[in-house]
Design a protein around this ligand. Sequence first.
Ligand SMILES: *Cc1c(COP(=O)(O)O)cnc(C)c1O
Length: 420
Amino acid sequence: MTLLQEKTLGDRLRVDFPILSRDVYEKRLIYFDSAATSQKPHAVLNVLRDYYEQINANVHRGAHALSAEATDAYEGARDKVAGFIKARSRNEIVYTRNATEAINLVAYSWGLNTLKPGDEIIVSVMEHHSNLIPWQIVAQKTGAILKHVQLTETEEFDLEQYKTLLSERTKLVSVVHVSNTLGCINPVEEIIKLAHQYEAKVLIDACQSVPHLPINVQAMDCDWLVASGHKMCAPTGIGFLYGKLDLLESMPPFLGGGEMIQDVFLDSFTCAELPHKFEAGTPAIGEAIALGAAVDYLSGIGMGNIHAYEEELTAYLFKKLAEFPNLRTYGPKPDREGKGRAALAAFNVAGLNASDLSTLLDHEGVAIRSGHHCTQPLHRILGVTGSARSSLYFYNTRDEIDRFVIALKDTIDFFKSVAE
Ligand SMILES: *Cc1c(COP(=O)(O)O)cnc(C)c1O
């Protein structure tokens, strides 16, 4: 036994993130809004800068050394992403601007061209707007019908009710892996297996899982999976769509233009091979390369280690929040080891407005989100217009949770004192 306390993963890694040493209102920043976007480590920022300083050129037009180097780095990053989620082939990874664009790609390319009147699309009530609206548009245009998976008593995905929605009419199930509001981790393997019994396709919104958990798309057996780079230590402007190869082969292009073609005539064109068929126009080259660097960085830490450390933070955060008498969290409670949910807590304090709460906390240097978190229908079902949300990542620490809790207590006391 040693008397020296070992440094936690968060203590060791937070120095990699330059922004975490800045102050806000003369208080050291506590960034608890990683579910909205993550911070970026030196390793990613340096790669982005190096790209623009050393190799900036357009890709796939290899008439010169820079273009060849840029293409190699851009395509190399695709290999990294494919490896990160255990895709069978690099050609199953399509770069997009973000997860929203990836879902729209599937909606417009597959949905509009496949769905017929009376076909059914199943989504859950906890979906992010990005996984609701594209399917509402598709349903309107095709006559397909939207069905919704409800919540259980513990505010989780109701698997039993989901089973009653499935039928031969089900053509698509599009659900979130980890809810950005409830923090529940949905049983996606079971959801997918059940859908496949009816030959329905399944899209997984993995925005809140790819940054936090080890992901294996082959074991999961999803047909598509989407994620955003900016929530996994990469820059904004880059995300990806994973799709099974034969499915992507069968889908028509989404956007037309340069990069996605083989031959062009005045009145027709032939498509480029996958994945370029879906990457029209000059892509976010530096950002894609930086996404590759983010994947290297996360892999270097180990997704299993990140998940285990986040469970510790989850247990601690929920234990602390349970000490507030009038505070209610949403979604399932973690067990004592912090298992069973994500490291985020959406909550409300009775009698207080969530946005007033976040404004006052901001003045204490604590950045949390308030509002509907792009899950307005879910909040309506929960009976509130919004909530406050603290969302953590591996660069956060117990010490920050302590400081957040003190600031929260002071804030609640302040509101109580002005109400009296
Ligand atoms: C953030 C998020 C999205 C949308 O991601 P964008 O980067 O805005 O496209 C979709 N679903 C979930 C669960 C999210 O957390």
